[in-house]
Write a protein that binds this ligand. Sequence first.
Ligand code: SAM
Ligand code: SF4
Length: 341
Amino acid sequence: MGFERAASIKPAPLIDPFQRAITYLRVSVTDRCDFRCVYCMSENMSFLPKQDLLTLEELDRLCGAFIDRGVAKLRLTGGEPLVRRSIMTLVRALSRRLGDGLDELTLTTNGSQLPKYARELADCGVKRINVSLDTLDPDKFRAITRWGEFDKVMAGIDAAQSAGLAVKINAVALKGVNEDELVDLTAWSHGRGMDLTIIEVMPLGDIDENRLDQYLPLSMVRARLAERYTMREIDYRTGGPARYVHVAETGGRLGFITPLTHNFCESCNRVRLTCTGTLYMCLGQEDAADLRAPLRASESNDLVNAAIDAAILRKPKGHDFVIDRRHRGPAVTRHMSVTGG
Ligand code: SAM
Ligand code: SF4
């Protein structure tokens, strides 16, 4: 069917059993990545066979079905979304829905491919992106990402800003690794006109390291930042789970995502689609629905819509992450790179 939209009567919006409207879809377009961040992947990851992936046309069609059901914000993620071959074909196709159901098309990236794609992303109507960066120290950066090149990411951030994209930096707080750098990372981000969000490490997927060694509660991060900065809670929201403060000394915004110390599920408006067409209703639960079979079974979206309806009815009230002190394993066995961060 190519990148054409199937004509259909507008189906009902997606409301879950707890009366939350589902308006935000995150799509992991690939589970592959050019980095191997220590909190996200093991060094020797096995990836999905390429034949299991949805084509870009299929991903576009599924996203379109969600937009028809009231999804107004779409975030491409992964793995690294910009390493999927011909990814800009999908971005361009999705961008046609901007102003036609879709309010925002965005992505989360490690930044390595931004020198190549930043301008085209802006041309497609992408206004802001998240770039993950945990440290400003090139050696530490290499140790955290294993394979990443700091200079390339810096060039990527430069390219994004030159193309007019608003950049938000995402940093995972890692005990003993970057905890002493978060004050500087805040000053640096705000100095360049970028928001910074600090994320608590989540127990997702088997990695080579011990989660307990990495885990740093954001309450401690905040206490440390408060020694240097005057932080005032603000109402600012981006549709995601971060809670923001305004930092008086820098004039910038600082967000905190605290899945372990603060359960943010009550306002959850999102679901996650993987590159094989599996829909996860919650990042922290195993339950999922297959949308690939109904998608491939018919050219109309009726079966897909029925599968989406059935899935949304199973969206749980919330997740229940705990860092398991006895087993030291992951709370959820799939990696963040599969479900999409
Ligand atoms: N490759 C892209 C990137 O790094 O931005 C997109 C995918 S990545 C899985 C999305 C976000 O999830 C990144 O900001 C990353 O730091 C974060 N992340 C990965 N594993 C995590 C974990 N176990 N706990 C918390 N955040 C994690
Ligand atoms: Fe790749 Fe992003 Fe995971 Fe790092 S966090 S390994 S960049 S998917």
